[in-house]
Ligand binder design. Structure first.
Ligand SMILES: Cc1cc2nc3c(=O)[nH]c(=O)nc-3n(C[C@H](O)[C@H](O)[C@H](O)COP(=O)(O)OP(=O)(O)OC[C@H]3O[C@@H](n4cnc5c(N)ncnc54)[C@H](O)[C@@H]3O)c2cc1C
Length: 477
Protein backbone atom coordinates (compact mmCIF):
# COMPACT_ATOMS: atom_id res chain seq x y z
CA UNK A 1 0.00 0.00 0.00
CA UNK A 2 1.44 3.38 -0.91
CA UNK A 3 1.93 6.07 1.69
CA UNK A 4 -0.74 8.72 2.23
CA UNK A 5 0.22 11.85 0.34
CA UNK A 6 -0.19 15.42 1.65
CA UNK A 7 0.59 18.79 0.12
CA UNK A 8 1.80 20.03 3.51
CA UNK A 9 2.93 18.15 6.61
CA UNK A 10 3.47 20.18 9.77
CA UNK A 11 5.66 18.58 12.44
CA UNK A 12 4.64 19.94 15.85
CA UNK A 13 1.23 21.25 16.94
CA UNK A 14 2.32 24.08 19.22
CA UNK A 15 1.00 27.61 18.47
CA UNK A 16 3.31 27.80 15.45
CA UNK A 17 2.44 24.41 13.99
CA UNK A 18 -1.29 24.18 14.58
CA UNK A 19 -1.92 27.71 13.30
CA UNK A 20 0.27 27.04 10.22
CA UNK A 21 -1.71 23.84 9.55
CA UNK A 22 -5.06 25.63 9.79
CA UNK A 23 -3.96 28.52 7.56
CA UNK A 24 -2.52 26.09 4.97
CA UNK A 25 -5.82 24.14 4.97
CA UNK A 26 -7.77 27.41 4.56
CA UNK A 27 -5.65 28.11 1.49
CA UNK A 28 -6.71 24.82 -0.12
CA UNK A 29 -3.76 22.51 0.66
CA UNK A 30 -4.26 18.96 1.91
CA UNK A 31 -2.62 19.16 5.34
CA UNK A 32 -1.43 16.77 8.04
CA UNK A 33 -0.13 17.84 11.44
CA UNK A 34 1.91 15.50 13.65
CA UNK A 35 2.44 16.01 17.39
CA UNK A 36 3.90 13.70 19.99
CA UNK A 37 2.64 15.36 23.21
CA UNK A 38 0.48 12.98 25.30
CA UNK A 39 -1.82 13.80 28.20
CA UNK A 40 -1.83 11.85 31.49
CA UNK A 41 -4.08 9.21 29.90
CA UNK A 42 -1.81 8.77 26.88
CA UNK A 43 -4.17 10.62 24.53
CA UNK A 44 -3.07 13.45 22.22
CA UNK A 45 -2.46 16.86 23.76
CA UNK A 46 -1.83 19.28 20.88
CA UNK A 47 -0.89 22.86 21.67
CA UNK A 48 2.78 22.34 22.48
CA UNK A 49 4.70 23.97 25.29
CA UNK A 50 2.35 26.96 25.17
CA UNK A 51 -0.80 24.99 25.93
CA UNK A 52 0.58 22.18 28.09
CA UNK A 53 3.37 23.66 30.21
CA UNK A 54 3.73 27.30 29.16
CA UNK A 55 1.53 30.30 28.42
CA UNK A 56 -1.86 28.80 29.26
CA UNK A 57 -1.23 26.89 32.53
CA UNK A 58 1.03 29.66 33.84
CA UNK A 59 -1.68 32.25 33.25
CA UNK A 60 -4.26 29.98 34.89
CA UNK A 61 -2.11 29.72 38.04
CA UNK A 62 -1.21 33.42 37.94
CA UNK A 63 -4.93 34.23 37.91
CA UNK A 64 -5.80 31.80 40.71
CA UNK A 65 -2.91 32.89 42.90
CA UNK A 66 -3.79 36.55 42.33
CA UNK A 67 -7.38 35.88 43.45
CA UNK A 68 -5.98 34.20 46.58
CA UNK A 69 -3.70 37.12 47.33
CA UNK A 70 -6.48 39.63 46.76
CA UNK A 71 -8.84 37.68 49.01
CA UNK A 72 -6.18 37.73 51.72
CA UNK A 73 -5.02 41.33 51.37
CA UNK A 74 -6.82 43.58 48.90
CA UNK A 75 -10.48 42.70 49.51
CA UNK A 76 -10.52 44.27 52.99
CA UNK A 77 -9.92 47.72 51.49
CA UNK A 78 -13.03 47.20 49.33
CA UNK A 79 -15.04 46.45 52.47
CA UNK A 80 -15.09 42.72 51.88
CA UNK A 81 -14.04 40.76 54.94
CA UNK A 82 -13.00 37.21 54.21
CA UNK A 83 -13.09 34.90 57.20
CA UNK A 84 -11.46 31.48 57.23
CA UNK A 85 -9.56 31.95 53.97
CA UNK A 86 -7.70 28.80 53.03
CA UNK A 87 -5.86 27.47 50.03
CA UNK A 88 -7.03 24.35 48.18
CA UNK A 89 -3.95 23.83 46.03
CA UNK A 90 -5.25 20.54 44.65
CA UNK A 91 -8.31 22.28 43.24
CA UNK A 92 -6.18 25.13 41.88
CA UNK A 93 -3.95 22.68 39.99
CA UNK A 94 -7.01 20.68 38.85
CA UNK A 95 -8.58 23.84 37.43
CA UNK A 96 -5.32 24.64 35.62
CA UNK A 97 -5.34 21.11 34.13
CA UNK A 98 -8.96 21.58 33.01
CA UNK A 99 -8.07 24.84 31.27
CA UNK A 100 -5.20 23.03 29.50
CA UNK A 101 -7.51 20.18 28.43
CA UNK A 102 -10.08 22.66 27.07
CA UNK A 103 -7.35 24.13 24.89
CA UNK A 104 -6.08 20.66 23.75
CA UNK A 105 -9.63 19.68 22.79
CA UNK A 106 -10.22 23.02 21.10
CA UNK A 107 -7.25 22.42 18.79
CA UNK A 108 -8.44 18.90 17.90
CA UNK A 109 -11.85 20.43 17.09
CA UNK A 110 -10.23 23.11 14.91
CA UNK A 111 -8.29 20.44 13.01
CA UNK A 112 -11.54 18.61 12.25
CA UNK A 113 -13.31 21.81 11.29
CA UNK A 114 -10.52 22.76 8.88
CA UNK A 115 -9.97 19.20 7.55
CA UNK A 116 -6.42 18.95 8.90
CA UNK A 117 -5.47 15.27 9.41
CA UNK A 118 -3.90 14.87 12.84
CA UNK A 119 -1.36 12.16 13.69
CA UNK A 120 -0.33 11.46 17.29
CA UNK A 121 3.32 10.42 17.51
CA UNK A 122 6.80 11.64 16.71
CA UNK A 123 7.39 12.70 13.11
CA UNK A 124 10.83 12.23 11.58
CA UNK A 125 12.30 12.58 8.12
CA UNK A 126 12.73 9.02 6.87
CA UNK A 127 14.89 10.04 3.93
CA UNK A 128 15.62 12.74 1.39
CA UNK A 129 12.89 13.99 -0.95
CA UNK A 130 11.85 11.53 -3.68
CA UNK A 131 9.36 11.80 -6.52
CA UNK A 132 6.48 11.80 -4.00
CA UNK A 133 8.05 14.35 -1.71
CA UNK A 134 9.57 13.85 1.73
CA UNK A 135 8.80 10.56 3.49
CA UNK A 136 7.87 11.30 7.13
CA UNK A 137 7.79 8.37 9.54
CA UNK A 138 5.37 8.72 12.45
CA UNK A 139 6.00 6.72 15.62
CA UNK A 140 3.39 5.06 17.89
CA UNK A 141 0.55 5.37 18.45
CA UNK A 142 0.02 6.43 14.81
CA UNK A 143 2.77 4.18 13.37
CA UNK A 144 2.75 5.04 9.71
CA UNK A 145 4.77 6.80 7.06
CA UNK A 146 3.27 9.63 5.01
CA UNK A 147 4.64 11.72 2.15
CA UNK A 148 4.81 15.51 2.10
CA UNK A 149 5.31 17.80 -0.88
CA UNK A 150 6.21 20.54 1.63
CA UNK A 151 7.11 20.34 5.31
CA UNK A 152 6.82 22.91 8.10
CA UNK A 153 9.02 22.15 11.10
CA UNK A 154 7.48 23.59 14.28
CA UNK A 155 9.06 21.41 16.95
CA UNK A 156 9.54 24.17 19.53
CA UNK A 157 11.97 24.24 22.44
CA UNK A 158 12.84 22.61 25.77
CA UNK A 159 13.90 24.12 29.09
CA UNK A 160 17.68 24.50 29.41
CA UNK A 161 19.18 22.71 32.42
CA UNK A 162 22.19 23.95 34.36
CA UNK A 163 25.26 21.94 33.33
CA UNK A 164 25.51 18.82 35.55
CA UNK A 165 22.11 19.50 37.17
CA UNK A 166 19.38 17.73 35.20
CA UNK A 167 15.72 18.38 35.98
CA UNK A 168 14.16 15.70 38.21
CA UNK A 169 10.87 17.70 38.42
CA UNK A 170 10.72 16.93 42.16
CA UNK A 171 13.43 19.14 43.61
CA UNK A 172 15.00 20.68 40.51
CA UNK A 173 12.12 21.97 38.44
CA UNK A 174 11.76 23.17 34.88
CA UNK A 175 8.58 25.03 33.91
CA UNK A 176 6.86 21.62 33.79
CA UNK A 177 7.50 20.85 37.47
CA UNK A 178 7.03 24.48 38.52
CA UNK A 179 3.43 24.33 37.26
CA UNK A 180 2.58 21.16 39.19
CA UNK A 181 4.04 21.52 42.72
CA UNK A 182 1.84 19.52 45.09
CA UNK A 183 2.29 21.53 48.28
CA UNK A 184 3.49 25.10 48.70
CA UNK A 185 7.26 25.03 49.37
CA UNK A 186 8.26 27.14 52.37
CA UNK A 187 11.52 28.16 50.70
CA UNK A 188 11.62 28.32 46.93
CA UNK A 189 14.70 29.16 44.89
CA UNK A 190 14.50 30.44 41.34
CA UNK A 191 17.59 30.61 39.15
CA UNK A 192 17.03 33.12 36.36
CA UNK A 193 15.09 36.40 36.68
CA UNK A 194 13.61 36.24 33.18
CA UNK A 195 9.96 36.15 32.21
CA UNK A 196 9.35 32.53 33.26
CA UNK A 197 11.30 32.82 36.54
CA UNK A 198 9.43 35.97 37.57
CA UNK A 199 6.02 34.59 36.62
CA UNK A 200 6.58 31.27 38.41
CA UNK A 201 8.18 33.01 41.40
CA UNK A 202 5.14 35.31 41.64
CA UNK A 203 2.69 32.39 41.65
CA UNK A 204 4.39 30.61 44.53
CA UNK A 205 5.11 33.80 46.50
CA UNK A 206 1.41 34.67 46.38
CA UNK A 207 0.58 31.18 47.64
CA UNK A 208 2.92 31.57 50.60
CA UNK A 209 6.48 30.62 49.59
CA UNK A 210 9.50 32.70 50.53
CA UNK A 211 10.96 33.16 47.07
CA UNK A 212 14.62 33.91 46.39
CA UNK A 213 15.60 34.71 42.80
CA UNK A 214 19.24 34.34 41.79
CA UNK A 215 20.18 36.02 38.51
CA UNK A 216 23.58 35.86 36.81
CA UNK A 217 23.38 39.21 35.03
CA UNK A 218 24.13 42.42 36.92
CA UNK A 219 21.04 44.23 35.61
CA UNK A 220 17.39 43.39 36.24
CA UNK A 221 15.31 42.70 33.11
CA UNK A 222 17.96 44.02 30.74
CA UNK A 223 15.68 43.77 27.69
CA UNK A 224 13.05 45.99 29.32
CA UNK A 225 13.14 49.80 29.23
CA UNK A 226 15.37 50.81 32.13
CA UNK A 227 12.85 53.10 33.80
CA UNK A 228 10.19 50.37 33.67
CA UNK A 229 12.65 47.69 34.88
CA UNK A 230 13.63 49.90 37.87
CA UNK A 231 9.98 50.37 38.77
CA UNK A 232 9.39 46.61 38.45
CA UNK A 233 12.37 45.83 40.69
CA UNK A 234 11.05 48.24 43.33
CA UNK A 235 7.51 46.83 43.23
CA UNK A 236 8.50 43.14 43.16
CA UNK A 237 10.93 43.64 46.06
CA UNK A 238 8.18 45.41 48.03
CA UNK A 239 5.92 42.41 47.39
CA UNK A 240 8.53 40.18 49.02
CA UNK A 241 10.46 38.67 46.11
CA UNK A 242 14.14 38.57 47.06
CA UNK A 243 15.94 39.43 43.81
CA UNK A 244 19.70 38.88 43.80
CA UNK A 245 21.59 40.08 40.73
CA UNK A 246 25.13 39.29 39.56
CA UNK A 247 25.18 35.81 41.14
CA UNK A 248 27.63 33.19 39.92
CA UNK A 249 26.06 29.81 40.57
CA UNK A 250 28.40 27.12 41.91
CA UNK A 251 27.62 23.64 43.24
CA UNK A 252 24.02 22.45 43.49
CA UNK A 253 23.48 19.49 45.80
CA UNK A 254 20.20 17.68 46.34
CA UNK A 255 19.26 16.05 49.64
CA UNK A 256 16.17 13.91 50.28
CA UNK A 257 13.87 16.90 50.56
CA UNK A 258 15.91 19.94 49.75
CA UNK A 259 18.42 21.55 47.41
CA UNK A 260 21.57 23.40 48.46
CA UNK A 261 22.76 26.13 46.10
CA UNK A 262 26.21 27.60 46.51
CA UNK A 263 26.92 30.83 44.70
CA UNK A 264 29.08 33.91 44.70
CA UNK A 265 27.09 37.11 45.13
CA UNK A 266 27.58 40.43 43.36
CA UNK A 267 30.08 41.53 46.04
CA UNK A 268 32.16 38.38 45.36
CA UNK A 269 31.18 36.78 48.66
CA UNK A 270 30.51 33.04 48.86
CA UNK A 271 26.90 32.19 49.76
CA UNK A 272 25.10 28.96 50.44
CA UNK A 273 21.33 28.61 50.71
CA UNK A 274 19.01 25.63 51.16
CA UNK A 275 15.67 25.54 49.34
CA UNK A 276 12.76 23.10 49.49
CA UNK A 277 12.59 23.27 45.72
CA UNK A 278 14.54 25.00 42.98
CA UNK A 279 13.12 26.29 39.70
CA UNK A 280 15.73 26.65 36.98
CA UNK A 281 14.61 29.12 34.30
CA UNK A 282 17.77 30.08 32.43
CA UNK A 283 16.43 29.92 28.90
CA UNK A 284 15.30 27.35 26.37
CA UNK A 285 17.00 25.25 23.73
CA UNK A 286 15.60 24.45 20.26
CA UNK A 287 14.08 20.98 19.95
CA UNK A 288 15.29 18.95 17.00
CA UNK A 289 15.50 15.66 18.92
CA UNK A 290 14.53 12.67 16.82
CA UNK A 291 13.49 14.80 13.86
CA UNK A 292 15.81 13.02 11.44
CA UNK A 293 17.53 16.29 10.50
CA UNK A 294 20.70 14.38 9.55
CA UNK A 295 18.80 11.82 7.43
CA UNK A 296 17.23 14.60 5.37
CA UNK A 297 20.32 16.83 5.33
CA UNK A 298 18.57 19.66 7.18
CA UNK A 299 21.04 22.37 8.24
CA UNK A 300 21.12 23.61 11.85
CA UNK A 301 22.94 26.78 12.92
CA UNK A 302 25.81 26.89 15.41
CA UNK A 303 23.37 27.14 18.36
CA UNK A 304 21.30 24.15 17.25
CA UNK A 305 18.36 26.12 15.81
CA UNK A 306 17.04 25.07 12.39
CA UNK A 307 18.80 27.52 10.05
CA UNK A 308 16.29 29.66 8.12
CA UNK A 309 16.32 32.80 5.99
CA UNK A 310 14.06 35.81 6.59
CA UNK A 311 11.16 33.90 4.97
CA UNK A 312 11.59 30.82 7.24
CA UNK A 313 12.98 28.74 4.37
CA UNK A 314 15.51 26.06 5.35
CA UNK A 315 18.34 24.74 3.18
CA UNK A 316 16.00 22.00 1.83
CA UNK A 317 13.58 22.86 -0.99
CA UNK A 318 9.98 22.91 0.25
CA UNK A 319 11.01 22.63 3.92
CA UNK A 320 10.23 25.57 6.21
CA UNK A 321 10.73 26.08 9.95
CA UNK A 322 8.97 28.42 12.40
CA UNK A 323 8.59 29.33 16.07
CA UNK A 324 10.92 28.51 18.94
CA UNK A 325 13.00 26.11 16.84
CA UNK A 326 14.28 29.04 14.73
CA UNK A 327 15.95 32.40 15.53
CA UNK A 328 14.01 35.27 17.03
CA UNK A 329 11.98 35.80 20.19
CA UNK A 330 10.59 32.67 21.83
CA UNK A 331 6.98 33.85 21.96
CA UNK A 332 3.80 32.01 21.04
CA UNK A 333 2.43 34.88 18.94
CA UNK A 334 5.72 35.15 17.01
CA UNK A 335 5.42 31.42 16.22
CA UNK A 336 1.82 31.92 15.07
CA UNK A 337 2.67 34.88 12.84
CA UNK A 338 5.47 32.91 11.20
CA UNK A 339 3.09 29.95 10.70
CA UNK A 340 0.53 32.12 8.89
CA UNK A 341 3.22 33.85 6.82
CA UNK A 342 4.77 30.53 5.71
CA UNK A 343 1.39 29.04 4.72
CA UNK A 344 0.66 32.15 2.67
CA UNK A 345 4.11 32.08 1.03
CA UNK A 346 3.52 28.43 0.06
CA UNK A 347 0.33 29.60 -1.67
CA UNK A 348 2.26 32.26 -3.59
CA UNK A 349 1.07 35.10 -1.37
CA UNK A 350 3.29 37.63 0.41
CA UNK A 351 3.00 36.63 4.06
CA UNK A 352 4.98 38.91 6.35
CA UNK A 353 6.06 38.94 10.00
CA UNK A 354 6.93 42.40 11.31
CA UNK A 355 9.55 41.81 14.00
CA UNK A 356 9.47 45.51 14.96
CA UNK A 357 5.92 45.33 16.24
CA UNK A 358 5.95 42.08 18.19
CA UNK A 359 4.61 42.84 21.68
CA UNK A 360 6.28 41.42 24.79
CA UNK A 361 4.43 40.75 28.02
CA UNK A 362 5.44 39.65 31.51
CA UNK A 363 2.34 38.56 33.42
CA UNK A 364 3.49 39.55 36.87
CA UNK A 365 1.48 41.89 39.03
CA UNK A 366 1.69 44.60 37.87
CA UNK A 367 2.05 43.34 34.32
CA UNK A 368 4.82 44.61 32.10
CA UNK A 369 4.28 45.00 28.35
CA UNK A 370 6.14 46.74 25.60
CA UNK A 371 6.53 47.10 21.86
CA UNK A 372 9.29 48.74 19.86
CA UNK A 373 12.55 50.14 21.12
CA UNK A 374 13.57 50.98 24.68
CA UNK A 375 15.08 54.32 25.71
CA UNK A 376 18.50 52.67 26.10
CA UNK A 377 18.25 51.18 22.58
CA UNK A 378 17.35 54.57 21.08
CA UNK A 379 20.34 56.14 22.83
CA UNK A 380 22.63 53.36 21.56
CA UNK A 381 21.22 53.79 18.03
CA UNK A 382 21.80 57.56 18.22
CA UNK A 383 18.12 58.36 17.56
CA UNK A 384 16.82 61.73 18.77
CA UNK A 385 13.60 61.05 20.66
CA UNK A 386 11.02 62.60 22.99
CA UNK A 387 9.63 60.72 25.99
CA UNK A 388 6.30 61.06 27.75
CA UNK A 389 5.09 59.17 30.82
CA UNK A 390 1.82 59.03 32.73
CA UNK A 391 1.36 57.28 36.08
CA UNK A 392 -1.66 55.05 36.80
CA UNK A 393 -1.84 56.88 40.14
CA UNK A 394 -3.51 59.73 38.22
CA UNK A 395 -5.95 57.49 36.32
CA UNK A 396 -9.52 57.33 37.65
CA UNK A 397 -10.18 53.73 36.58
CA UNK A 398 -6.95 52.51 38.19
CA UNK A 399 -7.99 54.24 41.45
CA UNK A 400 -11.41 52.61 41.29
CA UNK A 401 -9.79 49.24 40.65
CA UNK A 402 -7.45 49.78 43.59
CA UNK A 403 -4.41 49.16 41.41
CA UNK A 404 -2.49 52.36 40.79
CA UNK A 405 1.06 51.07 40.46
CA UNK A 406 3.12 51.76 37.39
CA UNK A 407 2.95 53.98 34.32
CA UNK A 408 2.66 54.20 30.55
CA UNK A 409 5.67 55.52 28.68
CA UNK A 410 5.83 56.72 25.09
CA UNK A 411 8.98 57.21 23.04
CA UNK A 412 8.54 59.18 19.82
CA UNK A 413 10.89 60.44 17.13
CA UNK A 414 12.03 63.98 18.00
CA UNK A 415 11.57 65.23 14.45
CA UNK A 416 8.58 63.32 13.07
CA UNK A 417 6.75 62.35 16.30
CA UNK A 418 6.45 58.75 14.99
CA UNK A 419 6.00 56.31 17.88
CA UNK A 420 9.21 54.31 18.35
CA UNK A 421 8.32 52.40 21.50
CA UNK A 422 5.62 52.09 24.14
CA UNK A 423 6.36 50.62 27.57
CA UNK A 424 3.79 49.86 30.22
CA UNK A 425 3.99 48.60 33.76
CA UNK A 426 0.61 48.47 35.44
CA UNK A 427 -2.82 46.87 35.53
CA UNK A 428 -3.83 45.04 32.32
CA UNK A 429 -0.66 46.12 30.52
CA UNK A 430 -1.03 42.97 28.38
CA UNK A 431 -4.30 44.29 26.97
CA UNK A 432 -3.31 47.97 26.81
CA UNK A 433 -0.25 47.24 24.66
CA UNK A 434 -2.44 46.26 21.68
CA UNK A 435 -3.31 49.88 21.00
CA UNK A 436 0.39 50.70 20.78
CA UNK A 437 1.01 47.74 18.45
CA UNK A 438 -1.74 48.89 16.10
CA UNK A 439 -0.44 52.45 16.24
CA UNK A 440 3.12 51.39 15.41
CA UNK A 441 1.96 49.04 12.64
CA UNK A 442 0.24 52.05 11.04
CA UNK A 443 3.26 54.27 11.73
CA UNK A 444 1.17 56.58 13.91
CA UNK A 445 2.58 59.61 15.69
CA UNK A 446 2.20 60.23 19.43
CA UNK A 447 -0.11 63.10 18.47
CA UNK A 448 -2.39 60.63 16.61
CA UNK A 449 -2.98 58.72 19.87
CA UNK A 450 -3.34 61.96 21.84
CA UNK A 451 -6.12 63.13 19.46
CA UNK A 452 -8.11 59.86 19.60
CA UNK A 453 -11.13 59.70 21.92
CA UNK A 454 -10.57 57.11 24.70
CA UNK A 455 -13.43 55.81 26.86
CA UNK A 456 -13.75 57.27 30.36
CA UNK A 457 -13.04 55.95 32.87
CA UNK A 458 -10.61 53.44 31.41
CA UNK A 459 -7.01 52.43 31.85
CA UNK A 460 -6.50 53.30 28.19
CA UNK A 461 -6.78 56.98 29.13
CA UNK A 462 -3.32 56.55 30.67
CA UNK A 463 -2.09 55.61 27.18
CA UNK A 464 -3.64 58.76 25.71
CA UNK A 465 -2.18 60.88 28.52
CA UNK A 466 1.30 59.40 28.02
CA UNK A 467 1.00 60.33 24.33
CA UNK A 468 0.02 63.86 25.41
CA UNK A 469 3.01 63.87 27.78
CA UNK A 470 5.33 63.52 24.77
CA UNK A 471 4.22 67.08 23.91
CA UNK A 472 4.29 68.07 27.62
CA UNK A 473 0.54 68.67 27.79
CA UNK A 474 -1.02 66.04 30.02
CA UNK A 475 -4.50 67.01 31.19
CA UNK A 476 -4.79 64.96 34.36
CA UNK A 477 -1.30 65.17 35.84
C1 LIG B 1 6.26 28.71 31.58
C2 LIG B 1 6.18 29.37 30.22
C3 LIG B 1 5.34 30.43 30.03
C4 LIG B 1 5.25 31.03 28.79
N1 LIG B 1 4.41 32.09 28.65
C5 LIG B 1 4.31 32.68 27.44
C6 LIG B 1 3.41 33.76 27.25
O1 LIG B 1 2.69 34.17 28.18
N2 LIG B 1 3.33 34.32 26.03
C7 LIG B 1 4.10 33.89 24.98
O2 LIG B 1 3.99 34.44 23.88
N3 LIG B 1 4.96 32.88 25.12
C8 LIG B 1 5.08 32.25 26.32
N4 LIG B 1 5.93 31.19 26.47
C9 LIG B 1 6.70 30.76 25.29
C10 LIG B 1 5.83 29.90 24.35
O3 LIG B 1 5.33 28.81 25.07
C11 LIG B 1 6.63 29.43 23.15
O4 LIG B 1 7.24 30.53 22.52
C12 LIG B 1 5.73 28.73 22.15
O5 LIG B 1 5.11 27.61 22.73
C13 LIG B 1 6.52 28.28 20.92
O6 LIG B 1 5.64 27.68 20.03
P1 LIG B 1 6.13 26.57 18.99
O7 LIG B 1 4.92 26.20 18.21
O8 LIG B 1 7.31 27.06 18.25
O9 LIG B 1 6.65 25.34 19.86
P2 LIG B 1 6.02 24.49 21.05
O10 LIG B 1 4.89 25.18 21.71
O11 LIG B 1 7.17 24.09 21.90
O12 LIG B 1 5.41 23.21 20.35
C14 LIG B 1 6.20 22.27 19.70
C15 LIG B 1 5.41 20.97 19.63
O13 LIG B 1 6.10 20.07 18.77
C16 LIG B 1 6.09 18.77 19.33
N5 LIG B 1 7.22 18.05 18.74
C17 LIG B 1 8.55 18.30 18.85
N6 LIG B 1 9.26 17.46 18.07
C18 LIG B 1 8.36 16.65 17.46
C19 LIG B 1 8.46 15.61 16.52
N7 LIG B 1 9.64 15.24 16.01
N8 LIG B 1 7.33 14.98 16.13
C20 LIG B 1 6.11 15.36 16.61
N9 LIG B 1 5.95 16.36 17.49
C21 LIG B 1 7.07 17.01 17.90
C22 LIG B 1 6.23 19.03 20.81
O14 LIG B 1 5.80 17.91 21.56
C23 LIG B 1 5.30 20.24 20.97
O15 LIG B 1 3.98 19.81 21.16
C24 LIG B 1 6.02 30.55 27.70
C25 LIG B 1 6.86 29.45 27.87
C26 LIG B 1 6.93 28.85 29.12
C27 LIG B 1 7.83 27.65 29.26
Amino acid sequence: MSNKQFDVVVIGAGPGGYIAAIRAAQLGFSVACIDEWSNAKGGPAPGGTCTNVGCIPSKALLQSSEHYEHAGHAFAEHGIDVAGLSLNLGQMIKRKDTVVKQNNDGILFLFKKNKVTFFHGRGAFAGAAGAEGYPIAISAPSNETINAKQVIIATGSNARALPGTPFDEKLILSNTGALAIESVPANLGVIGAGVIGLEMGSVWRRLGSKVTVLEGLPTFLGAVDEQIAKEAHKLFTKQGLSINLGCKIGAITTGDNNVKVEYTDAKGEAQSVVFDKLIVSIGRTPNTNGLGADVAGLALDERGFVAVDDDCKTNLPGVWAIGDVVRGPMLAHKAEEEGVAVAERMAGQHGHTNFNTIPWVIYTSPEIAWVGRTEQQLKADGVAYKAGTFPFLANGRARALGDTSGMVKFLADAATDEILGVHIIGPMASELISEAVVAMEFKASAEDIARICHAHPSLSEATKEAALAVDKRTLNF
